[in-house]
Every structure is written in structure tokens, then in C-alpha cells.
Design a protein around this ligand. Sequence first.
Ligand code: F6P
Length: 345
Amino acid sequence: MKILPYQPDQSGMAYSVGTTLDRFIKSKQSDFPFASGELSQLLRDIALAAKIVNRETNRAGLANIGGAFGQTNVQGEEQQKLDVIANIRFMRALSKGGEVCAIVSEEEDSVIDLQNGSGKYVVAIDPLDGSSNIDVNISIGTIFSIYRRKTPVGSPIQEEDIMQPGKEQVAAGYVLYGSSTMLVYTTGFGVNGFTYENSLGEFFLSHPAIQAPKDGKIYSINEGSELEWTPGVKNYVDHCKKSQYSARYIGSLVADFHRNLLKGGIYGYPSTQKNPNGKLRLLYEANALAFIAEQAGAIATDGVQRILDIQPETLHQRTPLWIGSEKMVNEAMGFLNKKREAVNL
Ligand code: F6P
């Protein structure tokens, strides 16, 4: 009997499809010397729910699941049907896996205790961000943060398990349902992006080791709010115009962030005179993107301090957010408070 070592095909007749998300997650498990595979499984659960939500968002125009649900969420925002569906999908995936003990969701008033005795992770999630864009077929996203619980596994969930600053995240990511669907995540060892291959039903590594440009020429801010801006924000945006930066703002945080991460730019949702805390939520929007930004060499601040250092006090706490290329964010900080040095993160 002849036995030959496997020789990868060199003919080019069948192109290689590359590394699946699953295989990549498995190959990175050794980054955590004491991990028992639960975090890997949790990431796979999220990816599965993302595939289902991707299917639902793609069908939205046909399946009568576009439009408003008829209720408002805890933020007082009108819930879209897909917000509710995405929330159910992620809740189900996270509760079945067994790795998670509690979930904070944009769509739920309270912390959801999964009453899962073995779960050592807490997940904060915005199941479908930018959902007012669904009906007009514009990119939307999912944002998630993963924390290790502080109290012993199996004991009742405590406030300290939930109210952790972003620097305690063990993983974070987002899914962008755009012209193609992508999942981008970090476990604190760089940032990797995966593109969904519809026909195979798999995410494949397409953007390994993402590095954000140190500088950029794109600014993303809702200029319709100018009348509410502080003089510092106004001066900064005037500066962007004088410098002939490009204005790009979709109104879908994941999409705006993703573009700026790859191309170089800044996204700003400032505090205004009316809303000193801005609009975006710390636990399931700002923290995850700040972790990813820093892992890719970019930065994120609320205008005063590093996002990842903020100690949350309430579940649905809002925060101003300036996030993106290091030089641009520091330049913006110079305008926000002329007397203070640009934040050195
Ligand atoms: O989560 C809130 C959100 O929809 C973000 O995705 C987006 O960047 C922002 O609000 C848009 O807010 P506005 O309509 O005030 O510009």
C-alpha cells in the first residue's frame, strides 16, 4: 500500500475559499491559556445568530417585517419589527449556549438573568443598531461586548458583574449588514474581519489584523444638530471644512465606524447643550467600538476621558463619543477644550 502526504492542489482549478470564522476562532483559542473553549463557543453562537439576522434583514422588504413594531424601547425610541426579531434571535442563541449568565440589551429595560448556573460571561448587546435605516435598505449593524462575570459562577448575578468599565471586556465585535455582511471582532489580540459568503453560509477571514490609519480625512457627525453644539464642536467642524475633509454620515453607527476604521476618519456624537451625555449608549455601543478601535490602533474618548475607563452607573447610560484615527481624534479634542491638552490615550 502506498501512502502519500497531502499535497495542496496547485492547478488553480478550484480556488481556495480561505479560513472560516469557526476555524479561525478555534486556532486562536490558545491565546487564552486557561480558557476552556466557552468564549470560542460564545463567539460562534453570536455568529450563528448574526447569520439568521442577516437572512431576516435581507428578506425585510419581502416578508412584511420592515417598519415599526408599534412600541417604544426603554430609550423612548420607536422599535422596528426587526429590532424585536434580532433581539429574540440573539437572546435565544446566547441563552442556549450555556456560556452566558446575563444579558444587557438595548431592547430590554432590565438585565436578563439567564439563570444558567455554569455561565461565566456577561454580554451587552445592541441587536440591531441604526434600525431606522432598514426600510430604506441602508446598512445596519449588531454591536456586542463580552465580559467575564466578577462574582463566582453559579451565584446570583450582582451589579458588579454588569457595571464593568469597557477596559474589562474580554471580547467585542460588530456585524455590519451592508453591501456584504461582515463580522469584525477582537479578543484583545488585534482585530479581524470576516465576510459572509451567502452561498456557503459561512464567514471567511477577509480582513486579517485590521490597522486603522493614524490619520484620515473623513469626518462623520450629524450636522443637522449644529444649533445645539458647543462652540468647540462648531469650531472643530469649521476646521474640518476649511481643511477640505470629506463629510460622510450614514446615521448607522456601525457603518460609519467601519468605514472610518478602514479608511481613516473620525466619528463624533458630541454632548450638546441640551443633551450633555450625547445619545449613544456606553454599555452596548461605545464600549465595544472603543475596544475594537484601540485594538486597531485608533482611539475613543467622550471628550474628557478614554471611553474604556468610564465606570458605568446605569444600564442604559449614554455617553458622548469621539472615535477614530488617532490624529483626528486628538485634533478634535484640541478644539473641544482649547485650554486642555489633547487627550493622550
Ligand atoms: O444608536 C443610535 C444611532 O442610530 C446610531 O446608529 C447612529 O450613529 C445615531 O443613532 C444617529 O443619530 P442621529 O439620527 O441623531 O444622527
